[in-house]
Design a protein around this ligand. Structure first.
Ligand code: SF4
Length: 326
């Protein structure tokens, strides 16, 4: 790649031990992430998709160190984040912000919008005279006005609250925004407005996004590249156009099949995927997708595929796709 990676993730593993099992000696562990390797290039939007429970939100939080990984490395802007603690990590966090699906995670219902917006500026010791100019400029930029500052969250609509969350995330001039399903709770018309706002902001400010969504059609609109996750594994990654036109992995193909497109036969076809995602406590052997894969063969249960190139800028983890490509 020509551009420099802002985020480099290597060998990332996250296990969540479940309570109990200490008497029998059989502790149960949720294997949320397994050996994730990816780069997020400066200025790009990397979309991350997959069904609920695939680990995409955990990955976003492990990158920000909101959840500490069990193993592996996360480099951000040249620093190894897994080694940082206390004030050093807090200072670094000013450059990496998150927008949640539910704006009320970052906005207290008991505080006015202005109080919620001044809090990060105060925490990061921003000079007091800079607070209001920054807040006013960002409120305007996200399409709100100073008349909204004295209101409480319950007095704003869902779309307005998400605009405030975006303004709050931008107050400290971050380099990276993790957008965790930022439009999933909104009406379709408001979703489009928020996606357009995020797109404009990215172009104006030169931000880098990790855009997490279960909805491939939303991710497609904003992303330069797309990563596809299944049961804690990254199973395909590549340029958006290539992934959408010529997906390599059977799981990506199935996800695409389920995206409704006007005028396309896909609107009327049944989704290819059957059954539920298996439990991450006891994931299937070999390829984790083999229990649902429509083209699985014997090798798929025995041996785990690794990400290999299937195109000029596309990688997939599938024994059979690789065989076809060679
Ligand atoms: Fe399907 Fe086998 Fe490829 Fe896994 S490795 S996606 S089971 S064909």
């Amino acid at each position: 790649m020509d551009k420099q990676a802002l985020v480099t993730v290597r060998g990332l593993v996250k296990h969540f031990p479940l309570p109990g099992g200490w008497l029998s000696g059989k502790r149960r562990i949720v294997q949320a992430l397994d050996n994730i390797n990816l780069d997020i290039v400066q200025g790009e939007v990397l979309g991350l998709v997959g069904e609920s429970g695939c680990g995409k939100t955990t990955l976003g939080r492990c990158i920000l160190q909101l959840i500490r990984p069990t193993e592996g490395s996360v480099q951000f802007d040249g620093d190894e984040l897994t080694q940082l603690r206390g004030d050093t990590l807090r200072r670094k966090r000013a450059h990496m912000q998150i927008v949640f699906q539910n704006p009320l995670v970052s906005l207290s219902p008991r505080r006015t919008i202005q109080q919620s917006l001044t809090e990060p500026l105060s925490t990061h010791h921003m000079p007091r005279e800079e607070w209001m100019p920054r807040i006013d400029a960002l409120m305007q930029r996200v399409g709100l006005g100073i008349q909204h500052l004295d209101r409480y969250p319950h007095e704003l609509s869902g779309g307005q609250l998400q605009r405030v969350s975006i303004a709050r995330a931008l107050l400290l001039e971050p380099k990276l925004l993790v957008l965790d399903e930022p439009t999933s709770a909104l009406d379709v018309s408001v979703q489009a407005q928020i996606i357009n706002l995020l797109d404009e902001l990215r172009r104006e400010i030169g931000l880098t996004y990790l855009f997490i969504s279960h909805d491939l059609s939303v991710v497609e609109h904003l992303s330069d590249r797309i990563g596809v996750m299944y049961l804690g594994k990254l199973v395909e990654i590549g340029n958006t156009e290539q992934i959408m036109k010529q997906p390599s992995h059977p799981y990506t193909k199935a996800l695409l099949q389920s995206v409704p497109r006007v005028g396309s036969r896909r609107m009327h076809e049944a989704p290819l995927l059957e059954g539920n995602v298996p439990s991450p406590i006891n994931p299937p052997s070999g390829c984790r997708f083999h229990t649902r894969c429509p083209i699985a063969e014997a090798i798929c249960q025995q041996s785990e595929p690794i990400l290999e190139a299937t195109g000029a800028a596309q990688w997939a983890a599938c024994h059979l796709t690789i065989k076809e490509t060679l």
